[in-house]
Structures are given as structure tokens and as C-alpha cells.
Design a protein around this ligand. Structure first.
Ligand code: AMP
Length: 282
């Protein structure tokens, strides 16, 4: 497994891969890897000649009061997991390597990134789309795999790729959960045992919304969401949002809506967790 620390080395290598006609699959991450990340890597491994994983805690997607400095990091463990899953290349730049000191260019998606996490974290998606654009230009992958765990992010990236004509196929990978239902996340590391147990309420309540809407149709959506908010609050969660949007438009559902993104962002203590369920409407 090769490890590149600089943009120049990575881009040089990627250009050679392109010239040799190899298929490149790319999985961008912020490290502190877990089975969710590995599922993305396994999808890339199945389809590509060469699998490239980036590990970079991207400062431009964190707000000034967010957890950039304490975001969990364990590079040695990440390397061991990537070796086990047959990754070919890791790109792990230092923070100062990724951006030019006087960088003044941003990539911004202005529609799908508006609600949900975009509303509570105003700079977040601008940071994500900018760093992913840069990574695509460095790696030049044939395809990149993103998880449905971050559903809105996946939709924003797909839109960006469509609108800016990136020659990259975006593959969405299913959300991976722990055996008790908690969505796997590097941030779960912050939770105390008690908070972790309480946080199971997120999935339990989103699932209840899904089951209710699947059984009784979209007319019961608002009452099901209200019940879910109550259940999550009773577990001690402080709700950022628990809501449902049309998964294609990221707008309020309408009569023609085909599928809902039922999504939640909830704080337990100081840890903000996100989760979602996609509900097909008949
Ligand atoms: P992160 O390191 O949290 O930025 O995540 C990197 C990629 O892994 C993103 O595409 C995430 O959506 C994906 N990912 C993180 N957790 C999960 C999970 N539990 N299931 C599926 N994909 C995930």
C-alpha cells in the first residue's frame, strides 16, 4: 500500500494510472475508520483496479465552534484497516498541504445543501464540495463511493458532479449500523455509555416513522414525526432537526413525491449525531 502526503505525488501517480488505462475507485474519508467506511472500500475494491482512500479532516467544513480540534484520529489503526481491505493508495495530507495559504476559490451547491445540516452548519457543504472537487482533480477517479449515512452530502455531491461535468460516477452505499441499530460514526467515540444507550432512540424513532408511513401513507407523516420528536426528547436528546423532505428535491414533500428522506440530527451531551431512513411512497 502506498501512502502519499502531498498533492503533487498523488496527482502524478493518478496521471500515470490514467495513462495505463486502470480503473480507479475513490473513497474520501475523515479517518478514524469503522465498518461503515470499510463497506464503501469493499464496494470500490469489487469494481476498480486501483482503490484510493483519502484520510483528511477537512478544516473548511467545520464551523468555528465545532469539533475540528478534537475530531478523533488514529492513523495507525486506519492504515491497518485499509491494508486488511486491500486498499492500494492512501492520501493523507497534513492540513497545511491541502489548501494554498491564499486560496480564494470555492465550489458551492446552492439548492440541495440549503436545509437540514446546511441550515445548522452554514459553511459545511461549501467546505465539502470544495474539498471533494479538489480531491477529484487530484485522484481523477472513474467512480467515488459515498455513504447514505450522510444522505444530504451524497445528494449534494451528485448534483455538483452533474452540474460541473466531473467525469466521475457517484455510487451511494447503504448506511451501516451497529448490531443495536446505532448508525456507525467516528463521532460515536465521544459518547459516554449512558449517552450511547440513549442515542439508540434516534434509529428506533426514525424506524417507527418509516413503518407508520409505509403502513398508512404520507397523510400520517406529520403526526409520526411529532411522535418521533417526543420519543427522542424523552431519551434526553436535544433535537437539531427531525424532519422529512422529498429525497429528490430536498424540499417539503408534495403529492408527486416518490420517496422521503426522514432525517435527524440530535445532540447527546455535546455530540451531534445524524441518521436517516429513506421511505418509498406508493
Ligand atoms: P466521514 O469519514 O465521516 O467523513 O465519512 C466518509 C464516508 O463514509 C462518507 O461517504 C460517509 O457517508 C461514509 N460513512 C460514514 N459512516 C457510515 C456508515 N455508518 N454507513 C455507511 N457509510 C458511512
Amino acid at each position: 500500500m502506498k501512502i502519499f502526503k502531498t498533492r503533487r505525488e498523488l496527482q502524478q501517480f493518478a496521471l500515470e494510472l490514467k495513462r495505463s488505462g486502470k480503473t480507479v475507485g475513490f473513497v474520501p474519508t475523515m479517518g478514524y475508520l469503522h465498518a461503515g467506511h470499510m463497506s464503501l472500500i469493499d464496494i470500490a475494491r469489487e469494481k476498480a483496479d486501483v482503490v484510493i482512500v483519502s484520510i483528511f479532516v477537512n478544516p473548511t467544513q467545520f464551523g468555528p465552534t465545532e469539533d475540528l480540534d478534537r475530531y478523533p484520529r488514529d492513523f495507525e489503526r486506519d492504515l491497518a484497516m485499509c491494508t486488511e481491505h486491500k486498499v492500494d493508495v492512501i492520501f493523507a495530507p497534513e492540513p497545511g498541504e491541502m489548501y494554498n495559504a491564499d486560496s480564494s476559490t470555492w465550489v458551492e451547491e446552492k439548492k440541495l445543501s440549503g436545509p437540514l445540516c446546511g441550515a445548522s452548519r452554514p459553511c459545511f457543504y461549501r467546505g465539502v464540495t470544495t474539498v471533494v472537487s479538489k480531491l477529484f482533480n487530484l485522484v481523477m477517479p472513474d467512480f467515488a463511493v459515498f455513504g447514505w449515512k450522510d444522505a444530504q452530502q451524497l445528494l449534494v455531491i451528485k448534483r455538483m458532479v452533474r452540474d460541473l461535468d466531473f467525469p466521475v460516477e457517484i455510487i451511494g452505499a447503504p448506511l451501516v449500523r451497529d448490531t443495536d441499530g446505532l448508525a456507525l460514526s467516528s463521532r460515536n467515540r465521544y459518547l459516554s455509555d449512558d449517552e450511547r444507550t440513549r442515542a439508540l432512540a434516534i434509529h428506533r424513532n426514525l424506524l417507527a416513522v418509516r413503518e407508520k408511513v409505509e403502513a398508512d401513507g404520507a397523510s400520517v407523516l406529520e403526526s409520526a414525526l411529532a411522535r418521533a420528536r417526543k420519543g427522542i426528547e424523552e431519551s434526553g436528546g436535544r433535537i437539531d432537526y427531525v424532519t422529512a423532505l422529498d429525497v429528490d428535491t430536498m424540499e417539503e414533500p408534495v403529492s408527486g413525491t416518490k420517496a422521503l428522506l426522514v432525517a435527524a440530527a440530535v445532540f447527546y451531551g455535546t455530540t451531534r449525531l445524524i441518521d436517516n431512513e429513506v421511505v418509498e411512497l406508493k
